[in-house]
Design a protein around this ligand. Structure first.
Ligand code: C5P
Length: 218
């Protein structure tokens, strides 16, 4: 039996990509599989937490005992997160939110013969940054950063600008880290210091991240 050290806590996790429609057949998205966020939700539940998982479109089974809230776009995800954030003791934004969306979605499929040369984009809301601005001090706020370069500096910058307690930095160029693989190697940065986790399964990485979060709880 695993330890029930998160019993009585409510954990809100986001996972997966968001999908930003261009027309009824097409969308902009990214390579996120949702595996890291689902592992966090599964492990938090196993350790006794009540877990809400706001999930973009992924092909993963819902973790047992977890409330799953399916969403499509960044704006849907923002609404779902805002609805659940007040009850949460811990919020972990593992989702790969699309930074941009096409301006307006055509109501008919765009014809090849009338293809536009460019796609106009507008910026999506930064959900995590908003959470950081409006947070309760006793709430533990955790972000992810998918980086190809300057991992530590980028992590520290995002920890500060988004007003987080902890940031988990992933390398997206590694063959065994980042998108669509079962393993990950994460650099954890908080206000006390930092720790480079070894290459681990996403499940084991989730255990280590939740160990760290457990220490940050009031
Ligand atoms: O700034 P960057 O996108 O690298 O930050 C990544 C972190 O911010 C992740 O935790 C991600 O879930 C969150 N994020 C967000 N809303 C966005 C973009 C990123 O909540 N529009």
């Amino acid at each position: 039996l695993s330890s029930q050290d998160l019993q009585g806590r409510h954990v809100l996790v986001t996972a997966g990509p968001t999908r930003e429609p261009l027309d009824p057949a097409r969308y902009l998205s990214n390579r996120s599989s949702g595996r890291m966020g689902y592992a966090l939700a599964r492990v938090a539940r196993r350790r006794g937490a009540r877990v809400t998982l706001v999930s973009g479109p992924v092909s993963l089974d819902p973790p047992p005992g977890v409330e799953v809230v399916p969403v499509m776009t960044a704006r849907d995800m923002r609404a779902a997160v805002r609805e659940h954030r007040d009850q949460a003791d811990i919020i972990i934004m593992a989702a790969a939110v699309a930074d941009f969306r096409p301006v307006g979605c055509a109501d008919r499929k765009i014809k090849k013969s009338r293809a536009p040369d460019t796609i106009a984009l507008s910026e999506n809301p930064d959900i995590l940054k908003e959470l950081g601005r409006e947070r309760r001090p006793e709430q533990v706020l955790v972000g992810f950063a998918a980086e190809s370069h300057d991992h530590e500096a980028e992590g520290r910058r995002k920890l500060a600008t988004k007003n987080l307690d902890l940031i988990c930095v992933n390398d997206i160029l590694g063959e065994k880290t980042g998108f669509d693989v079962d393993t990950n190697q994460v650099l954890l940065i908080d206000w006390q210091g930092q720790e480079t986790l070894p290459l681990l399964s996403k499940e084991e990485t989730a255990v280590r991240i939740l160990d760290r979060i457990r220490e940050l709880l009031p």
